[in-house]
Design a protein around this ligand. Structure first.
Ligand code: KG4
Ligand code: ZN
Length: 358
């Protein structure tokens, strides 16, 4: 059978990405232009700036993905694009460009849900996964638990009622002067602190016990900071960030006292514990034969370490770190079964900021 090549475009948040994937399994190219330096100084993604950066990056990023894959627009079997969820102004840039390419080359257009993409980033590397699987999608925008059944049918079992886990990492980092994104820096510094130094408790959820809530721990960190005199160390970290956009661990350690390192380690420990506990309870409730953990927070070394120690009774799959955070290869992989089913989108496909998966 002839090979099937899909070009995918992803622009739902602050990464402009394009990839070419063959047969839903082989990445010929995956290009990601990050806007981290643009948003870093604001402590979070600024939607207007994100759209402008996507506009700047979209054409060169797609061109580079095609060049690296060694294929032209006429060698493609489909063009896949993230239709939501995400920032509407950001989604529109990728969507409009994908539609134009689809129209100009008479190549079918496939709409992909960003969350489904994150689930497929694992499938891309692991190949066949034992189903039913429990998928924990945990990033800056989502903290969702899905049952994944044969034929890629999804059922939502739980989700965050307020902040996403990655958002909690980002907000705590911003509050303490560590810049954006918060996850990677907290992850690296948590290794130098005592995970039991500060006690955090999570309220029991009323209603669906598989839902998450991370606003409480964020407020607990805020109270902890307010109860101490931390202005000087926070100012020192902000000054460091102004001088060096990406400080090394040693540079951070020089401006971070032990008590703050203990706070970071304890915060990460508590969030990871919460994620694993609810994922394991959900997996048990559906008799899952595997657990998939994806999204930016899946990069967290504390989470990976605890899972590896947890002796869960089923295999656990993580994507490699560069496929955990936003990328377009995962969008192409999620589009592959849709191509086989002939699930194509019309050119009036709209960006859906609040698109759900199930
Ligand atoms: O999947 P992603 O790139 O974008 C969204 O769809 O949101 O995830 C980005 C999020 C950010 O909140 C970032 O702080 C978090 O993932 N993140 C991490 C780590 N690396 C990225 N959180 C914890 N530990 C990490 N190592
Ligand atoms: Zn994402």
């Amino acid at each position: 059978m002839a090979v099937v090549r899909i070009l995918a475009i992803e622009s739902s948040c602050d990464e402009t990405a394009a990839a070419v994937v063959e047969d839903g399994a082989r990445i010929l190219s995956s290009v990601v232009a990050s806007q981290m330096t643009t948003h870093g100084k604001y402590g979070g993604v600024v939607p207007e700036l994100a759209s402008r950066e996507h506009l700047r990056a979209i054409v060169p990023v797609v061109r580079e993905a095609l060049e690296r894959a060694g294929c032209g627009l006429n060698d493609l079997d489909a063009i896949a694009v993230t239709a939501g969820p995400g920032l509407v102004g950001s989604l529109l840039v990728g969507l409009t460009y994908a539609k134009s390419l689809s129209f100009a080359t008479a190549t079918p257009l496939i709409a992909v849900n960003h969350i489904e993409g994150h689930i497929h980033s694992v499938i891309l590397e692991a190949g066949a996964i034992e189903l039913p699987a429990l998928a924990l999608v945990v990033s800056g925008g989502h903290t969702h638990l899905f049952e994944v059944r044969e034929g890629f049918h999804y059922r939502l079992l739980g989700k965050t009622r307020d902040d996403a886990a990655g958002e909690a990492f980002d907000k705590v980092a911003k509050l303490l002067g560590f810049g954006y994104p918060g996850g990677p820096v907290i992850d690296r510094l948590a290794l130098h602190g005592d995970p039991h130094g500060v006690r955090f408790t999570f309220a029991k959820m009323k209603g669906n016990a598989l839902d998450f809530s991370f606003s409480g721990i964020k407020t607990a960190v805020l109270r902890w900071v307010e109860a101490r005199d931390m202005e000087e160390e926070i100012a020192a970290r902000r000054a460091l960030l102004r001088e060096t956009p990406a400080p090394t661990v040693d540079e951070w350690l020089a401006v971070t006292p032990q008590a703050t390192l203990d706070l970071l380690a304890s915060f990460q420990h508590a969030v990871v514990h919460e994620l694993i506990t609810r994922a394991a309870a959900s997996a048990e409730s559906i008799g899952a034969r595997s657990l998939i953990i994806s999204g930016g927070v899946a990069c967290n070394s504390g989470l990976r370490h605890r899972v590896s120690e947890g002796r869960l009774p089923y295999p656990v799959y993580f994507p490699t770190p560069n496929l955990s955070t936003d990328n377009a290869a995962m969008i192409a992989v999620a589009a592959f079964p849709k191509l086989a089913r002939g699930e194509f989108a019309d050119l009036d496909l709209a960006a859906q900021a609040n698109l759900t998966l199930a």
